[in-house]
Write a protein that binds this ligand. Structure first.
Ligand code: NDP
Length: 280
């Protein structure tokens, strides 16, 4: 490190499990960029002070992870259209003392679909399981990509209806439907869809069941699980047995990181190198 080294950070609580430091540092080093990436565990009560401190210390920017993404919104001077609609920030650029908030989770997901599958969402029918933060980011970006329709399936009715209303407000031309987990019509809807996404947290923990039954899958359906650890969730296992094409969330993780990297440095890093750095 020198006096010219530029610093970026990740703030979260906890943050020890984050793969971002090794992923970004490997990419900075590979491109010969004099940058340093530092994780900071920030308690929710200290968030505002921590953000001010990063600004004062001359950081170039930072990533934001659970539980701070939504709380970042009022702290920003500017918001990207995605971050504004989603209501959450995962990447901040600090330029001339101003904080610009972005959300690269949704764009990272779309990049993963395009680069790993050659799948372009325009005019497609998509089924999204979940209506939490990650689902909101994915659904918003699918709408920016001009999908034909999205079926939102979520356990708690209020959350799926709020997401539908938000999407209707910003993207009135896109058909948004909502379903409960066991609703009649859901199986038929999935059988006429191009892509089924799990954006619930079911599958993260050992013993979790699949968020949907096996008969929802059909041969050739594309099935994407946002979860990357474990790499093969019960959801993806069932889909694979049924002859679906499957992907886990490791591509989304790496692409959201690559897009953040580009925001700070202006350069696109090697995504394969970033993936290798975190051994996915
Ligand atoms: P949230 O806590 O915001 O949302 C969780 C979602 O899971 C909600 O829709 C919730 O439904 C649903 N859910 C939780 N438990 C159950 C259950 N027992 N049965 C049915 N539904 C359930 O989490 P996030 O949106 O932030 O994250 C969701 C997943 O996405 C996580 O697994 C996370 O690891 C992954 N993720 C991956 C990323 C990547 O880069 N690959 C990036 C971001 C997230 P309800 O509303 O009813 O509570």
């Amino acid at each position: 490190m020198t006096g010219k080294t530029r610093c970026v950070a990740i703030i979260g609580h906890p943050v020890f499990h984050s793969l971002s430091p090794q992923m970004h540092q490997a990419a900075f080093d590979a491109l010969g960029l004099d940058y340093c990436y530092i994780p900071f565990d920030i308690f929710p009560k200290d968030l505002e002070q921590a953000v001010l401190s990063l600004k004062l210390l001359g950081f170039r920017g930072f990533n934001v992870t659970v539980p701070h993404k939504e709380k970042m919104v009022p702290l920003m001077d500017r918001l990207s259209p995605e971050a504004s609609i989603i209501g959450a920030v995962n990447t901040v650029l600090i330029h001339k003392g101003k904080l610009s908030g972005f959300n690269t989770d949704g764009p990272g997901f779309i990049e993963s679909l395009k680069k790993e599958w050659g799948f372009f969402p325009k005019n497609r029918k998509i089924v999204l399981l979940g209506a939490g933060g990650a689902a909101r980011a994915v659904a918003t970006q699918l709408c920016f990509e001009k999908v034909k329709s999205i079926g939102i399936v979520n356990r708690s009715p209020s959350r799926r209806l709020i997401l539908k209303e938000q999407l209707n407000q910003y993207f009135p031309e896109i058909e948004i439907l909502t379903f409960s987990n066991q609703e009649t019509g859901l199986k038929t809807f999935i059988h006429h869809s191009d892509l089924l996404i799990n954006a619930t947290s079911l599958g993260l923990h050992a013993g979790d069941p699949s968020p949907c039954p096996s008969d929802y899958f059909y041969r050739g359906l594309r099935v994407y699980d946002l979860i990357y650890n474990p790499p093969l969730t019960p959801f993806l296992k069932k889909a694979k047995i049924k002859g679906c094409r499957i992907l886990n969330g490791s591509g989304m993780l790496v692409y959201q990181g690559a897009l953040a990297f580009k925001i700070w440095t202006g350069k696109m890093p090697s995504v394969s190198l970033m993936a290798k750095a975190i051994q996915l």
